[in-house]
Design a protein around this ligand. Structure first.
Ligand SMILES: [Zn+2]
Length: 335
């Protein structure tokens, strides 16, 4: 768990909410929710938690937890995010959603008591990876868990979760750290200069783990490419730009596009850009050619698009569609 979540941990532990059998941890991507969930799970399973309720780190339960083989813990993640996933057949692509057989496999686990006499923990990360069938399959367990079974669901996109699942959980909103804490962490732990850390943190919307990823040359280059491409439209060739974007992981360019539209809306309403201050002049010029309603409508469309970005059938077509909409934002008001 990251130090900026210490206070949230204490607060949750002291609250009634913290006793709920199903916690849904939410907050912006890249702020450390998964680490928080693991720390919470470890604390639930630890046999000698410290005075602040943290896992001790050295009892038998903690050792098993660290090795990934505690018998009272199950983790549900999509195959595509599982580093230990072994492909079943030649050319079989790992699933990006949580499959129904993964949920069904929990049946035996929830029906027996904990091996160590304590609770059992089911960690789902990210919980928005449920599809309709697997989400449904989980509902029953979530509703009537056998024995002391605790659920920890992690999601940055609450609106993607079936309402039936959401309503059975206590929603815990985790905050992003204060900018100075995040910058200090990027400097101390990842060796960035203060200037670089500040710039990347802004580009990552204040999420330190995303900022750290952007410091990776490959991701950073992709980020710059997308940003440059967006700034050059609508004057540049749409087809050429779509080709450039298609080379980037869809989830990444869609997320940058979303932030960019948010910036345009901000500048439109007279505020200063928050995430791309170095693009201030360009944002201002573009904002003058469109209006808030168009931006808001487009943003809604893009949010719908993010769902498809997880499974693009044709990445280039996805880019073209998004960019046609983007360029049309500036048509009516163009001079
Ligand atoms: Zn322990």
């Amino acid at each position: 768990m990251y130090f900026w979540h210490d206070a949230d941990f204490d607060k949750l532990r002291a609250s009634r909410q913290g006793q709920h059998h199903a916690l849904l941890l939410t907050g912006a991507p890249g702020i450390g929710k998964s680490a928080f969930a693991r720390a919470w799970a470890a604390a639930l399973l630890c046999e000698q938690p410290d005075v602040r309720g943290r896992a001790c780190g050295h009892c038998v339960a903690c050792v098993w937890f660290a090795q990934g083989n505690h018998p009272d813990l199950r983790t549900l993640i999509p195959e595509a995010l599982d580093p230990f996933h072994e492909p079943t057949g030649k050319g079989a692509k790992p699933a990006r959603d949580i499959r129904i057989d993964q949920v069904r496999a929990l049946a035996g686990f929830v029906s027996v008591g904990g091996h160590r006499g304590g609770c059992k923990v089911i960690l789902v990360d990210p919980a928005d990876a449920f599809n309709a069938a697997s989400g449904n399959a989980l509902l029953k367990t979530l509703e009537e868990p056998a024995g002391d079974t605790r659920f920890l669901l992690v999601s940055s996109r609450l609106d993607w979760l079936p309402a039936t699942i959401r309503s059975r959980c206590a929603v815990v909103a985790l905050r992003a750290p204060a900018a100075e804490d995040a910058v200090r962490w990027l400097v101390d732990e990842h060796g960035l200069s203060k200037t670089e850390a500040t710039r990347l943190l802004a580009a990552a919307g204040g999420a330190p783990l995303r900022a750290r990823d952007l410091a990776e040359p490959e991701l950073g280059a992709a980020h710059r490419l997308v940003l440059d491409a967006l700034a050059k439209l609508p004057q540049a060739s749409l087809i050429a730009t779509a080709e450039q974007l298609a080379a980037v992981e869809p989830a990444q360019w869609v997320s940058i596009l979303q932030t960019w539209i948010g910036e345009l809306a901000r500048v439109q309403s007279g505020a200063a850009p928050r995430f791309f201050p170095e693009q201030g002049a360009r944002l201002k010029a573009l904002a003058a050619q469109t209006d808030l309603l168009l931006l808001t409508n487009y943003e809604t469309g893009i949010r719908r698009l993010t769902r498809h970005a997880e499974h693009p059938l044709n990445p280039k077509l996805l880019c073209e569609n998004a960019l046609v909409g983007y360029c049309s934002l500036f048509e009516k008001h163009g001079s």
